[in-house]
Design a protein around this ligand. Structure first.
Ligand SMILES: Cc1cc2nc3c(=O)[nH]c(=O)nc-3n(C[C@H](O)[C@H](O)[C@H](O)COP(=O)(O)OP(=O)(O)OC[C@H]3O[C@@H](n4cnc5c(N)ncnc54)[C@H](O)[C@@H]3O)c2cc1C
Length: 459
């Protein structure tokens, strides 16, 4: 078996159909097999390879990043653990120096606009990047450390030994079983492997959102003028109240010569609304606060993908005998209203999974208890600490009141505050607020309760 999967000419976030070599798998026996060459799987493979373990990564796409869709911003600090001067190597589109959070109604918008030049220099904060570029770059680090990458190969099931412990995977290649002492399931949001191991005990559609996005071509200079940023600098806009009554949010990110625009909406809400995600993107694009950014763009591509947004309380068991689950396969995207971060959490979890697997292999105990160090490491670091602290955020942010009456309330109060009507003295904030609360049917009791919940969630 030989490494496979060089990216074709990048510039797209969804699958490129370029064919790559198809190495044979032929019943390999290794220390570890990782399923999925997304950020979680690649990070796990990197950690295992660095610990001197033989590790194979099986990826169904023709190259890493070919099957992966996301919004577009990666927070890079975690990469220091893989490449200390990562910013010199990652194929960045733009460094995000401007971050806007918008609260919208169909005709209004209130924006908190944060700009920091510190985000545009070492050690940087967020950057936009195409997944075909980023995942391939990350995978090259795992391969350089000694991992073997096998693309265009689907893991079709778990192998078990006589005592029922996981001991490898079957693949869609003839004779393509990969026997391994430990398996890392990093196969993304639908994790067939975690489900077939029985680890997702409370899987439910309400724990998922659907993200849909378009990539729109636009001249780099126009991007810089419209978004008020310099060359190589970019902007990230997140919006609540922008999804036509379906719980969720909208986003707009700048790449070098394109924009990523899309929506993330609750699956249940979308089904109830009987609307299509493309319609919701169109109405977000037509919003008066968004449409000026998008003038004269042309569509380059469209894609949609599920996001595990349920958070901490909906995560599966993270290990069983011979198996660890990492990244979206374990529901680790942090989608807490003002944050939508999955790649950094996937890398953090992947590194912890790889290190815990390497340590269990060293001790000669890959049972669930031998792998328990994985959860402990996640709890000690940012992955489970953040998820645990923000466990109430997904419910709060997707609630009807936050999505509906509260966004109307905020926009009405702000509009009232800046509307000058010299037929009467200026109304005080208290009167504006009381009027907006009445018009939007916001009960004082709910406001106090939700305010208390928000403080408890985000403090
Ligand atoms: C619309 C949208 C917007 C988002 N925006 C952002 C954002 O701006 N920033 C951010 O940080 N996160 C964002 N996310 C979340 C982010 O994309 C995920 O959290 C991240 O990709 C998770 O990484 P992963 O490695 O766990 O899974 P994935 O990236 O999904 O990787 C899983 C890999 O496994 C492979 N695979 C699956 N099944 C098999 C199989 N049976 N055999 C072999 N290979 C298999 C897949 O091809 C894939 O390469 C967004 C997600 C969506 C959908």
């Amino acid at each position: 078996m030989s490494p496979a999967g060089t990216p074709p000419d990048a510039g797209a976030t969804s699958a490129d159909t370029a064919e790559h070599s198809s190495p044979s798998v032929d019943s390999v026996v290794v220390d570890a097999v990782v399923v999925g060459a997304g950020p979680a799987g690649t990070a796990a493979a990197y950690a295992l390879a660095c610990a001197g373990r033989s590790v194979v990564v099986v990826e169904r796409g023709p190259f890493p990043g070919s099957k992966n869709l996301y919004g577009g911003v990666v927070y890079g600090r975690i990469l220091e653990r893989i490449e200390p001067r990562w910013w010199e190597q990652v194929p960045v589109q733009r460094w995000v120096v401007r971050r806007s959070t918008m609260v919208m109604t169909p005709t209004q918008a209130v924006t908190v606009d944060v700009r920091s030049q510190a985000w545009g220099s070492v050690p940087y904060n967020g950057f936009t990047v195409y997944r075909s570029d980023f995942d391939s770059w990350l995978a090259s680090k795992a391969v350089a450390a000694g991992a073997r990458l096998v693309c265009s190969t689907v893991a079709t099931g778990l192998l078990r030994d006589g005592r029922g412990r996981v001991c490898g995977v079957t693949t869609d290649r003839p004779g393509g079983d990969v026997k391994a002492k430990v398996v890392v399931a990093a196969d993304g949001v639908n994790s067939f492997l975690a489900k077939s191991a029985g680890l997702h005990s409370h899987d439910d559609p309400s724990h998922y959102t659907l993200g849909a996005k378009e990539v729109l071509a636009l001249d780099p200079e126009l991007i810089e003028q419209r978004f008020g940023v310099g060359p190589r600098e970019g902007m990230d806009i997140e919006a609540v109240g922008a999804t036509g009554g379906v719980p969720g949010g909208g986003f707009l990110y700048t790449n070098h010569d394109s924009l990523a625009v899309g929506v993330v909406v609750s699956l249940d809400g979308l089904a109830r609304s009987k609307r299509r995600p493309e319609e919701l993107i169109e109405s977000f694009k037509a919003h008066p606060a968004i449409s000026p950014y998008l003038r004269d763009t042309s569509i380059r591509e469209y894609g949609a993908h599920l996001i595990p947004e349920g958070g901490f309380d909906t995560m599966p068991e993270l290990v069983s005998d011979g198996l660890l689950v990492a990244g979206d396969a374990a529901g680790m995207t942090l989608a807490a209203g003002i944050w939508l971060e999955g790649v950094n959490y996937a890398i953090g979890a992947g590194l912890a999974a790889g290190e815990a697997a390497a340590s269990a292999l060293r001790q000669g105990d890959v049972s669930a208890s031998g792998l328990a160090g994985y959860r402990r490491a996640l709890e000690a670091g940012f992955v489970l600490s953040d998820h645990s602290r923000l466990r109430r955020a997904p419910g709060l942010v997707l609630s009807e009141r936050v999505q509906g009456s509260y966004t109307n309330l905020v926009c009405d109060v702000a509009e009232g505050l800046f509307t000058v009507d010299n037929t009467a003295p200026k109304p005080g904030l208290r009167r504006l607020f009381a009027g907006a609360r009445r018009r939007n049917r916001v009960a004082f009791r709910d406001l106090v309760k939700d305010g208390f919940d928000a403080v408890r969630t985000f403090r």
